[in-house]
Design a protein around this ligand. Structure first.
Ligand code: HAM
Length: 440
């Protein structure tokens, strides 16, 4: 059998043998319906505007990449690579993976297109879907969307500070309340190995009580224990010596400079001494922004510095810094009264009777060419009452009524939905009347 059914093997089969059971979106994925799309488009528009102020330009990379890119980029010992990737073979047997994140793909594109030749710091942003095989719950899906940025080419702390300023400005413009920027450090190749050893020494006496994953991590990638999601382990991890206590002088100095610049730019933050994050490529700066309304999945976004990544992927030794916001979570946090959601229709054209359809098409066309949003449902047999109901459902501001009488006399009737006010006029006056009624 080519396909196996996900559920309900007893669903109806038509007499002709055709299977007619309803197919739903795959587990952990969802449709973003027209009623909510305005909020998605609004955050995307604000992101583009804000990022442009800082010279970031959009990049669109493929949805799937060679599996090796993620294994090398994110790290074999991470949860993402070990158990969350959608990996498949194509028809020629190549191993491909739906991107679980976009920092490694952007670094790959940076190298492939030799972007280091073009500018000292390449500032890029992306908006799009990512895929992780995780247990779905509120704020966590298997296909989710990220708005992310990467600034590649410099390890100067001013890059960290400016990019964080841009991030917080973006979130401020969306009026999201109660945000906390938590700033940490993942150390570097000088201080991290010693911290790793210290962590193993500290956790080994607790080995028996750790979850299976953490016992594995203790051997393969002990730092990953710090972002374990099992509550009992989390309680233990909150007690262990923080990486801050082991930072080398250079990492300390870098962190101090980032903080000084943030203060200068008025970007409020708190220190998070244990924030190392779940991907292996981070060096030095790490950060997350949390929002309490998100509950268990409180991380609205995360990011940091990844100074070794480009070289690890075969490129020049350039540093990088970036973040990715979970767009699904961001939309959940938007205040309901935020301005700019406007996607209302201006006019529903209601033809009544067969002879009204032609004039209705012409009127709708004229209105659209003048920039109005117009819907014409070609249902001349429907009553005025049902056309009005339809206009109400579509939240249109006006209904243009074209009945037999209007068609015969070359006139129109325009009704304002907000207060029921109605005006009649000769066809050529339509646009003027609409404009007058929109403003009074
Ligand atoms: P990340 O922390 O794995 O970092 O993901 C960033 C954000 O994506 C999370 O804070 C969360 O809002 C959202 N997210 C992750 N997984 C899911 C999911 N299953 N469902 C819904 N939302 C999710 C990265 O991906 C790094 N590439 C960020 C970065 C960019 N670092 C440097 N540059």
């Amino acid at each position: 059998m080519l396909f196996s059914r996900a559920s309900d093997e007893t669903a109806p089969v038509r007499p002709g043998g055709r299977d007619t059971h309803m197919i739903e979106a795959a587990k952990g994925t969802r449709d973003i319906l027209p009623a909510e799309i305005a909020r998605w488009q609004l955050v995307e528009a604000r992101a583009r505007e804000t990022f442009a102020l800082f010279g970031f330009r959009e990049i669109r990379t493929p949805i799937f990449e060679a599996t090796e890119l993620f294994a090398r980029g994110i790290g074999e010992g991470t949860d993402i690579v070990a158990k969350e990737m959608y990996t498949f073979q194509d028809r020629k047997g190549r191993s491909l993976t739906l991107r679980p994140e976009n920092t490694a793909p952007v670094a790959r594109a940076y190298i492939q297109h030799q972007m280091h030749r073009g500018s000292d710091v390449e500032r890029l942003y992306y908006i799009g879907p990512m895929f992780r095989y995780e247990r779905p719950q509120k704020g966590r899906t298997r296909q989710f969307h990220q708005i992310g940025v990467e600034a590649i080419g410099s390890d100067n702390p001013a890059i960290d500070a400016e990019t964080l300023q841009m991030l917080m400005l973006f979130l401020e413009r969306l009026k999201i309340p109660s945000l906390t920027l938590q700033l940490g450090s993942a150390g570097d190749e000088t201080c991290r190995p010693a911290y790793r050893q210290a962590l193993v020494a500290e956790l080994t006496p607790h080995r028996a009580s750790l979850c299976d994953d953490c016992r594995r991590r203790l051997e393969t990638n002990p730092l990953r224990c710090l972002d374990c999601k099992v509550p009992a382990d989390q309680a233990l991890m909150a007690q262990v010596t923080p990486i801050f206590d082991h930072l080398c002088a250079a990492c300390r100095e870098h962190l101090g400079a980032v903080r000084a610049h943030l203060d200068r730019l008025g970007v409020r933050h708190v220190l998070a001494p244990r924030l190392v994050r779940g991907l292996d490529y981070y060096r030095r700066t790490t950060f997350e922004v949390t929002q309490p309304a998100l509950g268990a999945q409180s991380a609205l976004l995360g990011g940091g510095r990844y100074d070794g990544l480009v070289q690890e992927l075969g490129g020049p030794p350039v540093a990088g810094f970036g973040f990715a916001i979970g767009q699904d979570r961001l939309v959940l946090c938007l205040p309901p009264d935020l301005e700019g959601f406007e996607d209302r229709l201006d006019v529903v054209v209601a033809p009544l009777g067969g002879s009204a359809l032609g004039p209705a098409l012409s009127a709708a066309s004229r209105l659209r060419l003048s920039g109005k949003r117009v819907v014409l449902d070609p249902l001349p047999e429907k009553s005025l009452k049902s056309q009005m109901r339809r206009a109400h459902d579509l939240q249109a501001r006006f209904v243009l009524i074209l009945g037999e009488e209007e068609v015969k006399n070359g006139t129109f009737t325009l009704k304002r939905m907000a207060d029921g006010e109605q005006r009649r006029g000769p066809d050529p006056d339509l646009l003027r009347t609409l404009s007058e009624m929109s403003h009074d």
